[in-house]
Ligand binder design. Structure first.
Ligand code: PLP
Length: 398
C-alpha cells in the first residue's frame, strides 16, 4: 500500500491545470494597469450573483469585510446585539464586535452543526423582553436590542433557513447569512417549494474567497450578495471609504475593495465551481460508503433531506479526537479541527461572561470533531487509506 503523504487540502493541482488562464488574468492586469475595480471586477460580480441566484454581488477584500459591510448596510447600529452560533470561525463574531455591536449566541443542532432554530425561538421568547417602543426585543443578558441574526452555513451545509427566516420576520430582525464556507450549497425551502442557493435567502450574505475555500482566490477576497439594491450600494461605498464618487465621502468607510487580479482569478475558477462541488459530493459519498462498510465507531456528516451540501469540509466525530489526529499524522494523513474552542469560551470573549456548559452542543462538538482530507482531486486510493487509518484508530462498534 502507498505511504505517500495525503494532505488535508491540496491546492497545487488545480492551479497547475488552470495556469494558462490564470496567467492571462495577471497579464491583462499588467497590460492595462487595471489593478483595482474596473470591468474585471464588475464581470465577476455579475457572474457570482447569477451563480448565487441573488440580484447583486459586491466584491470586497475578504469574508470578514463582507460580514462587516453587510451588517452595517443592513442597519445594525453600535450597541445592538447580534446573535450567532459559538461553533464558527472567529471572523463571524469579530465582524459583529467591529461594527460596535455585541455578539450573543444560541447553540447549534447536534447533527448539522448549524444554528438550531428551536434554540433561537427559545432565546427570543425567554431570554429577551419585548420593547413596545421599537417593536424589537431586548436581550436580558446584554440589555441591548437584538437587531440581527447570523446563521453560519458551516462546513458547506446551509442552516435550516425556513424556521430561521420565519422567526427573524416575526421578530423584525435582520438575517445575514455567513456563507463563507458554502459557495453553491442548496436548501429546499418547503415554504417556497423550491431549492434555494446559499447567499440568496437573507437580507444579505457574506462569502469568503480565502484560497482554501470551494471558490478560492490567489490571495484574500470576499463578496456580499443581496437582492436589496440599496444595501448593495451602501456596501459599495463602505468598501471604498464611504465615497459616492471620487473624494465625495458621505460617511467613513473602509479600504475593503476586491482587486482586479483576484476578481479575474475568481472569474476563471467560477466556471469550474459546479464541477468541483460535484466532485466533493462524490468524495463525500465514497467516504460515507467506506465508513458504512467498515463498521467504524465514527459519527459521519448528517445531511437532512432539505440540504445539498458542498462539503467544504468532511467532518467526523469520534470519542478520542486527539488520539485520532495523532494516529492520522503518524500515517502521514493531514486533518483539521474546525473548531477546537467554541467562541463563547475563547479568551477573546472572556469579558462576555460565558461559562462552560452554556452551549453544550457546540462544546461537545468542539471536543470531538475532526475534518478529514477533502478536495476535488482526492483519489479513491487516498480515501481508502484515510478510512482504514480512522478505523484502526477509532475502532469498530460492537
Ligand atoms: C465561517 C466563516 N466566516 C467568516 C470567514 C472570514 O473570511 P475571510 O477569511 O475571507 O475574512 C471565514 C473564513 O475564513 C469563515 O470560515
Amino acid at each position: 500500500m502507498s505511504t505517500g503523504e495525503i494532505p488535508f487540502l491540496e491546492l497545487v493541482t488545480v492551479h497547475r491545470e488552470l495556469r494558462e488562464e490564470l496567467r492571462s488574468v495577471f497579464e491583462t492586469a499588467l497590460d492595462t494597469a487595471g489593478f483595482i475595480g474596473g470591468p474585471v471586477v464588475q464581470e465577476f460580480e455579475r457572474d457570482f450573483s447569477e451563480f448565487c441566484e441573488s440580484k447583486v454581488c459586491v466584491g470586497v477584500a475578504s469574508g470578514t469585510d463582507a460580514l462587516r459591510f453587510a451588517l452595517v448596510a443592513a442597519g445594525v447600529q453600535p450597541g445592538d446585539t447580534v446573535v450567532t452560533v459559538p461553533l464558527t470561525f472567529i471572523a463571524t463574531t469579530e465582524a459583529i464586535s467591529q461594527v460596535g455591536a455585541r455578539p450573543d449566541f444560541v447553540d447549534v443542532d447536534a447533527r448539522t452543526y448549524t444554528m438550531d432554530p428551536e434554540k433561537l425561538r427559545v432565546y427570543l421568547e425567554t431570554e429577551c423582553s419585548p420593547d413596545r417602543r421599537t417593536g424589537r426585543v431586548v436581550s436580558k443578558r446584554t440589555g441591548s436590542p437584538v437587531t440581527a441574526v447570523i446563521p453560519v452555513h458551516l462546513y458547506g451545509q446551509i442552516a435550516d433557513m425556513d424556521p430561521l427566516l420565519e422567526l427573524t420576520a416575526r421578530y423584525n430582525l435582520i438575517l445575514i447569512e455567513d456563507a463563507c464556507q458554502a459557495h453553491g450549497a442548496e436548501y429546499f425551502s418547503k415554504k417556497e417549494a423550491r431549492w434555494r442557493k446559499a447567499g440568496s435567502m437573507g437580507h444579505a450574505a457574506a462569502f469568503s474567497f480565502y484560497p482554501g475555500k470551494n471558490l478560492g482566490a490567489c490571495g484574500e477576497a470576499g463578496a456580499v450578495t443581496t437582492d436589496d439594491e440599496r444595501l448593495a450600494r451602501h456596501c459599495q461605498m463602505l468598501r471604498d471609504h464611504g465615497q459616492s464618487r471620487k473624494y465625495f465621502h458621505d460617511f467613513e468607510g473602509y479600504n475593503g475593495r476586491l482587486d482586479a487580479m483576484q476578481a479575474g482569478v475568481l472569474g476563471v475558477k467560477l466556471r469550474h465551481l459546479a464541477k468541483w462541488n460535484e466532485q466533493r459530493r462524490e468524495r463525500a459519498r465514497s467516504y460515507d460508503e467506506l465508513f458504512a462498510d467498515s463498521g467504524a465507531t465514527v459519527a459521519l456528516p448528517h445531511v437532512p433531506s432539505w440540504s445539498r451540501p458542498v462539503y467544504h469540509l468532511y467532518v467526523v466525530q469520534v470519542a478520542d479526537r486527539e488520539r485520532l489526529k495523532k494516529d492520522l499524522a503518524a500515517a502521514r494523513i493531514g486533518s483539521g479541527i474546525h473548531y477546537p474552542i467554541p467562541l463563547h469560551l475563547a479568551t477573546a470573549y472572556e469579558t462576555l461572561g460565558f461559562r462552560p456548559g452554556d452551549f453544550p452542543v457546540a462544546e461537545r462538538a468542539a471536543s470531538r470533531v475532526l475534518s478529514l482530507p477533502m478536495f476535488p482531486t482526492l483519489a479513491p486510493e487516498q480515501q481508502r487509506r484515510v478510512v482504514t487509518a480512522v478505523v484502526q484508530s477509532a475502532g469498530r462498534g460492537e
